[in-house]
Write a protein that binds this ligand. Structure first.
Ligand SMILES: [Zn+2]
Length: 480
């Protein structure tokens, strides 16, 4: 027996921070990077006698996600207390949702080697984040920062439909793209605003009975998701082959060592003593609320990708890069609408020059200096022969930095190609007169001499001759 004889079964739980300005149950700011405990009040510090007040924006964002993931939105959902003790949780419980969550029974389609596959989503519920313990803060003591306490989260729980680490990573990427498109999450794994735990088990191939699952925590990059799951699958298979049993436990992924290690035996739900939150009434969704949010949903990444491939006839590869960033896709469509030339040519400028410059300058798409009209005008001047492709790249870089009009830049840099047929003809005449031997060779059949003559004309015109005009004029004069 080996790994190939086993079927991995994986379910993912994603915690995503909702991009509201204030916390879920108080008015404190959610801003990242404030001094420790600056963004706190009696409510999120867990003082006795205070009452939570629900932030409506949190509900709106969660319903947006719920409908984008094709979930049923429950008209009534219940807040619950999840009780546990930890220094970063001053109340001694976290307000969450338990047996009646806001959203249930949805799904998300991903691409696999065998074609599209729908990963079912069991539930999405709302909850508050805990604070953060800061260990070894200087004097050897541990400190608590409660800025994150009460920051709104949604937990998105998939069914155990994922069958490999590659599928897990595809699902996570697709999910993150949806949340970012919806404008409810910044998709930042490294800063912890999009966190993933994985439930992993293995069973002999052909079996229908799932093995004992192990929970993996602390997975904070797409690369680690695959590594952590692959490591865990191998570990479990090895253990079973040795005749051992898989313990129900929570394991931590160590990114440095590339392995998982036991953190604690996994709690059962009953260990948390969930009970309904007495300080918050049930969350009731008014009639028409879900429909209104649904109407405002943007086009989602998968649909946009399909449309870019079909309506712009773009290769899937190009379309994927463009759609990978909603702002990039939007800009593409704006430029395309005024350009009118081949979309593939425009896509090449986006995936090549534009992305390169954005990366070099670590500039933001939202703060571009040039307009879509200027971008389109630049490409039109290449199509019209006024600028060579290389000159246009120069102009584009300058336009990117300054936002000045492309033809102003081209004129200033002397990059505009001579379109005047008379000027081209005069240069051709001079070159032919100066090179009688080459002209003779050409006429006696050595056609490769043409390249040399084109070069001479371009040189005489200081590189500004329009190559198509130069070629045509030369051939005409040589009697071709
Ligand atoms: Zn507060």
């Amino acid at each position: 027996m080996s790994v190939a004889d086993f079927q991995p079964v994986i379910g993912l739980e994603v915690h995503a921070q909702l991009l509201t300005r204030s916390k879920i149950f108080c008015g404190c700011s959610t801003e990242f990077g404030a001094p420790p405990n600056a963004n706190t009040c009696q409510v999120c510090l867990g003082m006795p006698g205070v009452l939570p007040v629900l932030n409506e924006k949190v509900v709106e964002f969660a319903v947006r996600v719920g409908r984008a993931l094709e979930c049923r939105i429950n008209p009534v959902s219940i807040w619950a207390r999840k009780n546990y003790f930890y220094p970063d949780l001053p109340k001694g419980y976290q307000i969450s949702q338990y047996d009646q969550p806001l959203c249930q029974h949805g799904g998300l389609e991903i691409d696999t080697d065998d074609g599209p596959k729908r990963i079912r989503i069991l539930r999405i519920h709302l909850e508050e984040d805990a604070g953060k313990n800061v260990h070894d803060a200087g004097g050897g003591e541990s400190l608590v920062d409660l800025n994150r306490s009460g920051v709104p989260l949604i937990e998105i729980v998939s069914e155990p439909d994922i069958r490999s680490s590659t599928e897990a990573s595809e699902y996570l990427k697709a999910l993150r793209d949806v949340l970012v498109y919806l404008g409810v999450n910044d998709g930042n794994l490294e800063e912890g605003s999009f966190r993933c735990d994985a439930n992993v088990s293995v069973m002999p191939k052909g079996s229908t009975k799932y093995g004992q699952r192990v929970e993996l925590k602390n997975i904070n990059s797409f690369r680690f998701v695959q590594k952590a799951i692959d490591y865990e699958i191998e570990r479990q298979v090895r253990r079973l082959e040795e005749g051992g049993k898989i313990a129900q436990e929570t394991r931590l992924f160590d990114a440095v060592k590339g392995e998982t290690r036991s953190m604690r035996s996994k709690e059962e739900a009953h260990d948390y003593r969930y009970f309904p939150e007495p300080d918050l009434p049930p969350l009731r969704i008014p009639p028409g609320y879900v429909e209104r949010i649904e109407r405002e949903l943007p086009e989602l990444p998968r649909a946009k990708l399909q449309r870019f491939v079909t309506s712009y006839s773009l290769p899937a590869y190009d379309a994927k890069i463009l759609v990978g960033d909603r702002a990039l896709a939007d800009l593409f469509e704006k430029v395309e609408a005024v350009y009118g030339g081949p979309a593939k040519k425009l896509a090449n400028w986006f995936t090549g020059e534009l992305l390169r410059l954005l990366k070099e300058d670590s500039a933001q798409l939202a703060a571009l200096r040039f307009t879509p009209e200027q971008f389109a005008a630049l490409l039109k001047s290449v199509d019209g022969g006024e600028l060579s492709n290389n000159a246009a790249k120069d102009v584009f870089a300058e336009m990117f930095r300054t936002g000045r009009a492309p033809m102003d830049i081209a004129r200033e840099k002397g990059l505009i190609q001579v379109q005047d047929a008379g000027a081209v003809e005069a240069a051709v005449d001079a070159v032919l007169a100066a090179n009688p031997d080459e002209v003779e060779k050409y006429r006696s059949g050595k056609k490769q001499v043409l390249g040399f003559l084109v070069g001479q004309v371009m040189k005489a015109m200081k590189g500004k001759g329009n190559p198509a005009l130069v070629n045509a004029a030369l051939k005409a004069k040589l009697g071709d």
